[in-house]
Design a protein around this ligand. Structure first.
Ligand code: NOJ
Length: 686
């Protein structure tokens, strides 16, 4: 017997349950749920002896049947031999407000199906699959109740699979899983068949042009999910293990993170989705008006260029005098923060190997914290704290409370944390005092990153984690998790290995950025900082550096270059001084993964719009309509664009700055150079 349950047939779920009861469990059955617009459908079935799901979009199957389940150390797995026992449906259409973000109002419109799965046998077992289908994608998670034999649980494997047909015709953009440098690999573009073991967000383009991105949402007390292609087109969840090989240790009842599939008719559609945020829990911190988006400058790029040092000595960067100089510059140009790396004791010697030498409440003698805090207060600028841990997290945890108290007392409300260590070399001291080495993205570290965020929240401090665990939308629940790294940033352009190719920033919006804000640190004006002709340089035009402030979203954005380089180009710097970091709404207008992107955003609480467009290695002309502007107003477009001869390699500074009046609905064309871009402020005139 086969039973088709459509969402929009009222009572069908109950009927299915009744049929199942009458017929016993021998019969296979299936149940489906569709998105509010009816285009996306997920079908769950138990007909192959284990629960599985398949996905249809616009009437076509886009993901054939793939397995579901969890393997536990304690007895038989949750999956194999289970059948659908009951289902429940519900739907939701609510709009919620973000304290800061790419858009103020987010609509959560989905249909939900809860599938209860049960196994008879000698030890009856049950668990549930909760599935939510939105117009822009789907999410599902496992919910495991406490039951006999499932109390203190060790998950040895997650059986979830994501399956695709015609893998040679599907394009994929990915970075390798568990890469040693905290997701900082160059993106690969291959056929799906050649993607082996990948991180998420994992972005695909099907042969018919439909774009998908696989990821997860709300990763709290669980291991991060990577995807391993076991058989052609079948990507299996591969959870990052603890040092003892167990994937996850939990006490039932528990829910897993959501496994997500974004679905869009084209590449730009992926960028206009709120799926990940919608699958996270609402804000748990209450009033978070103390979390302040803003722009910052700082003592940072000089170290990456080896002009200054984190360590003490003649070239020490974070001196009281130098921080005050940056505070003067910040105050003059309306920046809210100044980052000072290397302010605290612990950097002398081989700091990546010596995390246990760091002291998070003890400045170097030439850095007077009280004087800096007082100076900042007088200028209306805050110091951004910096805590590099070098992966010695137990050491960091032992100082954390005192360090955050000290920061708070020093007028610091944002701390950039760092976990520089090879990916599997996070140093944990266990309960018995033994040293264990963990991955950056296993269950242990999911907890440690969150410990930092929740401890900081108690002191009204925001956290910007570098070498982080990937973002899964937890900023909704903990809005003081303000930004993070988690991809190759600007720093690679200083030291190479090699520098980021122009296509990197054309891939990021469609991959890494789908997970959340990225502290990329844009805005380098001296594009050949190591000298003319040096390989380690920024492979962008000046206009493209400006475009990054709009394209690569982060509520805290750095103007990363040295003060003198900004003072040399006040005309271009004006855009950085003007551009906000918090948005009323955001709209991706056009783009192709790894090729180009055009992004428009409206300033939060204001009428102005900003636009960023950028290209990969290829020069191109892009056209778009200004249909996002308010038709009732006139705007002055302040345009920073590549000049006719601009080229990242031969003429990166060829930039035209021009102004003209525009109106809603007009078409606009822009020429983007090779490695080029454009940045526009649409200033409302009335
Ligand atoms: C790596 C971070 O990405 C970078 O921003 C920082 O300067 C260094 N670690 C030192 O903490």
């Amino acid at each position: 017997m086969r039973s088709e349950l459509q969402w929009n047939k009222p009572g069908a779920a109950l009927l299915l349950a009744a049929v199942a009861l009458v017929c016993g469990r021998a019969q296979a059955r299936e149940v489906s749920v569709s998105s509010p617009d009816g285009k996306l459908t997920v079908i769950v079935s138990d007909e192959r002896g284990a629960p599985n799901y398949r996905v249809q979009y616009a009437g076509k199957e886009i993901m054939p049947a793939a397995r579901l389940g969890l393997a536990l150390r304690e007895g038989p797995e949750l999956g194999e031999g289970f059948s659908i026992a009951a289902t429940r449906t519900s739907d939701k259409d609510e709009t919620w407000e973000q304290p800061w973000g790419e858009r103020r109002l987010v609509r959560d419109h989905h249909r939900e199906l809860l599938v209860e799965l049960a196994h008879g046998g000698k030890t009856p077992r049950k668990f549930a699959l909760r599935l939510r289908v939105f117009d822009d994608g789907l999410g599902f998670r496992y919910e495991v109740p406490r039951q006999r034999g499932v109390e203190q649980v060790e998950i040895t494997d997650e059986r979830t699979e994501f399956r695709f047909a015609d893998s040679d015709k599907v394009r994929a953009w990915w970075i390798p899983a568990r890469y040693w440098r905290s997701y900082e690999a160059l993106y690969q573009k291959t056929s799906l068949r050649d993607a082996v073991h990948v991180e998420t967000p994992f972005t695909l383009r099907l042969a018919n042009g439909v774009h998908l991105a696989l990821h997860e949402a709300a990763l709290t007390n669980y291991a991060s999910m990577t995807l391993n292609q076991r058989r052609d087109g079948v990507f299996k969840a591969d959870l990052t293990p603890w040092s003892d090989g167990i994937k996850v240790k939990l006490r039932a009842p528990f829910n897993t993170p959501w496994r997500t599939v974004q679905v869009a008719p084209d590449a730009a559609g992926l960028l206009n989705s709120d799926l990940t945020l919608n699958l996270n829990e609402p804000n748990k911190l209450g009033d978070v008006s103390w979390v302040k988006p803003g722009k910052y400058v700082g003592i940072w790029w000089a170290m990456h260029l080896w002009q200054k040092t984190w360590a003490s000595g003649d070239k020490h960067g974070a001196t009281t005098a130098e921080v005050k100089r940056y505070m003067d510059f910040a105050a003059k140009h309306g920046f809210s923060g100044v980052l000072a790396e290397g302010w605290n004791v612990g950097w002398d010697g081989d700091w990546p190997e010596n995390g246990e030498l760091f002291k998070f409440s003890q400045p170097y003698p030439d850095f007077d914290m009280a004087a800096v805090a007082a100076y900042g207060r007088s200028k209306g600028v805050k110091l951004i704290g910096h805590h590099e841990t070098s992966g010695a997290v137990s050491h960091y945890a032992s100082q954390m409370g005192a360090a955050y108290d000290y920061a708070r007392a020093s007028n610091i409300d944002t701390i950039k944390t760092g976990y520089v260590a090879d990916n599997e070399r996070i140093k944990r001291i266990d309960e018995t005092g033994q040293v264990r080495y963990e991955w950056h993205d296993g269950q242990f570290m999911a907890g440690e990153y969150l410990r930092s965020v929740t401890e900081a929240a108690k002191r009204h401090i925001a956290i910007d984690s570098h070498e982080p665990i990937k973002d899964t939308g937890l900023r909704r629940t903990y809005p003081n998790w303000i930004s993070r790294e988690g991809a190759r940033g600007q720093e690679y352009n200083a030291w190479g290995y090699p520098p980021n190719p122009p296509e990197h920033t054309a891939i990021l919006p469609f991959t890494r950025m789908l997970s959340g804000p990225f502290d990329y640190t844009p805005g380098i004006f001296n594009l050949e900082p190591n000298g003319k002709g040096h390989e380690n340089r920024v492979r962008s035009t000046l206009a493209k550096e400006l475009s990054l402030y709009v394209v690569l979203y982060s509520p805290v954005q750095m103007a990363a270059d040295l003060i003198e380089n900004y003072e040399a180009r006040p005309d271009a710097f004006q855009f950085i001084a003007d551009v906000p970091t918090d948005w009323e709404q955001s709209r991706a207008l056009a783009g192709e993964v790894g090729e180009y992107v055009v992004m428009a955003r409206q300033q939060r609480g204001a009428r102005d719009w900003y636009l960023g467009a950028l290209s990969n290695e290829r020069a191109r002309d892009v056209q778009f309509k200004l249909d996002f502007l308010d038709p009732q107003r006139r705007y002055q477009a302040q345009i920073y664009r590549d000049g006719a001869n601009a080229d990242w390699e031969s003429a990166p500074y060829d930039m035209v700055i021009e102004q003209r009046e525009v109106r809603a609905g007009e078409a606009m064309a822009l020429h983007l150079a090779a490695g080029g871009g454009a940045a526009i402020r649409f200033k409302a005139l009335d």
